[in-house]
Every structure is written in structure tokens, then in C-alpha cells.
Write a protein that binds this ligand. Structure first.
Ligand SMILES: [Zn+2]
Ligand SMILES: [Zn+2]
Length: 275
């Protein structure tokens, strides 16, 4: 195992919310000395277009899939031996069987090097567009059970993205997923990740979350206690300035908990990179 800088969750202009091109992002990754750079643009087949008005549709529409993989494979080749560009995808999970089938088809057709499976919403809408009227106990319980079902997705995936994402948008004063209140659901999720050999992401994009990671540190610790050893680091950068954001403090904290390496997935293989 060797020590390297890693960022496994980033976006480009292919994503509706990405600001900088793949070329610009990877060139910046090279400047920062990143050894493993994962590009995981959005595939939001979970969003229900029929629920959207024109503006929302435009704001959530991603680029052309053919073009994405074509362009990214070129960037990967251009940087071979300089930066290990890992060409991935972030699949927004949905219970809908048709949506799952679409992800499967995309996977089969394009064979991304890795997949991040993320829960962004429910019933075809992103949590960012929800009005939460129910109690936290109910909403968080529902969310955690959805995350648990996402782990049984039929398509291959490697990383479980940003657990706790919903906390960015809820109106509750205390937005913590405490182990006292949600211990059973959280343990079920973490134990399933371990049993299936998946990788738990530590995501440092903490919009609205007062500098917290997703999942919060007490959940990452709990994962370690339960025997989980596979973690990934993701800045979730949508523009160059955020690439590898908070890498130093996050890797230090991971080491403090006991983790010895970041797990980098690539074409079914899990590469260990020393922390
Ligand atoms: Zn995401
Ligand atoms: Zn993302």
C-alpha cells in the first residue's frame, strides 16, 4: 500500500449542476497531485419528469450519455500514467423497477469503472424540492429504510453515496441521525454494506450542514465498530475549487478512528490506498 491523494466523487459539466469541464477538473486534479481521481456524473433516472415544470426539467437534465463516456475515456487515456482517472457514474436510486432496469442497461452498455449508488429523493423528487410536514422520527425512519432498500439494487455498484443527504433539506432544529433514536435502522444499513462488501463513502460536500460530513462521524465510527473497513473519500466537487476539499482533516479523522486505507474501486477490483 502506498500513500496517495484520492477523490472518488466528482462531477463535470455533463451533470446538470456541474460547472467545470472534465478536462478542466482532471487538469486541476493533476496540479493537486491526486493519484486516483473518480468522475461520477449524475444519472438521475429516479427523477420523475412528469412532476416537473419546464424550469425544473431544464435544471435537472443531464448531458448525453454517449458523449459522456466517450469524452471521459479520452481524458482517461490522455492522463494515463499521470492521474488514474476512474470513469464512473452516480446512480440516483429509486424503488421503481423501470428505473432500476434503466440503470442496468446503462451499466451493461457503458461498463463504468465504478458506480456510486446514492439516494437523492423519494417518489421521483429530490429532497431539495420537498416540503416536509411530518415528524423527524417518521421522515428519517422512512429515509433510512429507503437507503437500506437501495443496498439491494440489482445493478452492480461499489460505493454507497452520502448517507444522511436528506439532512441538508429538513426543517428540524436537530438534524442528527442519532444512534439512540435510529440505531436499529443505521446498524441494519451498515451491516448490510459490510456483508455485501460495499464501500462506505465519506462525503465532504456539506451544504447547509455546518461543516459536517455525510454520513456524520458517529455513523462512520459505528461502521468501524461493526467491522466495516472499506471507506472512500468524496469531495462531491462540481467545480475545480472544491476538488479534494477537506482531504487533510478527513483522512486524519479516519486514521484516528482506526481506518488504515481508502478503498478505490475500479472495474470490480478494490485497490487499497494507504491513509
Ligand atoms: Zn449525490
Ligand atoms: Zn454527487
Amino acid at each position: 500500500m502506498e500513500k496517495f491523494l484520492v477523490d472518488l466523487h466528482t462531477h463535470t459539466t455533463f451533470s446538470h449542476d456541474g460547472r467545470d469541464s472534465a478536462e478542466k477538473m482532471v487538469s486541476e486534479a493533476q496540479k493537486r497531485g491526486i493519484a486516483f481521481y473518480g468522475v461520477s456524473d449524475h444519472f438521475d433516472y429516479d427523477y420523475d419528469v412528469s412532476l416537473m415544470d419546464e424550469a425544473e426539467y431544464k435544471a435537472t437534465k443531464n448531458g448525453d450519455v454517449d458523449e459522456y463516456f466517450h469524452a471521459l475515456r479520452h481524458v482517461q487515456e490522455d492522463y494515463a500514467g499521470v492521474v488514474n482517472v476512474i470513469v464512473g457514474a452516480e446512480f440516483g436510486y429509486s424503488d421503481d423497477e423501470n428505473v432500476k432496469r434503466q440503470y442496468m442497461e446503462t451499466y451493461e452498455k457503458y461498463r463504468p469503472d465504478y458506480v456510486i449508488n446514492s439516494v437523492h429523493g423519494m417518489g421521483g423528487r429530490d429532497f431539495a424540492r420537498f416540503t416536509f410536514t411530518q415528524e423527524k422520527k417518521e421522515v428519517y425512519g422512512k429515509y433510512l429504510r429507503l437507503v437500506r432498500r437501495s443496498l439491494d439494487a440489482p445493478y452492480p455498484y461499489d460505493i454507497v453515496g452520502h448517507i444522511g443527504y436528506i439532512a441538508r433539506y429538513v426543517p428540524y432544529e436537530d438534524r442528527t441521525f442519532s444512534l439512540e433514536e435510529f440505531g436499529a435502522e443505521i446498524d441494519d444499513v451498515l451491516q448490510t454494506i459490510i456483508r455485501k462488501g460495499k464501500i462506505l463513502e465519506v462525503n465532504t460536500a456539506n451544504k447547509n450542514l455546518e461543516n459536517k460530513t455525510l454520513p456524520a462521524w458517529h455513523i462512520v465510527k459505528r461502521y468501524y465498530e461493526l467491522g466495516g473497513r472499506k471507506v472512500s473519500f468524496g469531495s462531491d466537487a462540481h467545480f475545480v475549487e472544491r476538488i479534494a476539499d477537506k482531504w487533510e482533516e478527513t483522512s486524519a479523522k479516519l486514521k484516528e478512528i482506526g481506518f488504515t486505507h481508502i478503498t478505490v474501486p475500479c472495474r470490480g477490483e478494490h485497490i487499497k490506498v494507504e491513509l
